[in-house]
Ligand binder design. Structure first.
Ligand SMILES: [Zn+2]
Length: 72
């Protein structure tokens, strides 16, 4: 449990609604509670300060976290 393994990108999912990147075992988005999840996504974006990030503003990201740049 304590060991931190590098996550494999292909096992992650992204939310089609808000672009949040989620672990493969999730069935709903932790941000918007939507269930439109997909493994077809590209680009990895980590927001650590959404209030002061231009990228976050551009993508309408309100919360800190991992996001996909493009979702199919
Ligand atoms: Zn979402």
């Amino acid at each position: 449990m304590a060991a931190k393994r590098a996550s494999q990108k292909k096992l992650l999912q992204a939310c089609r609604n808000c672009h949040k990147v989620l672990d493969a075992d999730k069935t709903v988005c932790t941000d918007c509670q939507g269930n439109a999840l997909t493994t077809e996504w590209f680009g990895y974006l980590v927001i650590i300060d959404s209030r002061h990030s231009d990228v976050a503003k551009k993508m309408n990201i309100e919360y800190n976290g991992r996001y996909a740049l493009k979702v199919r």
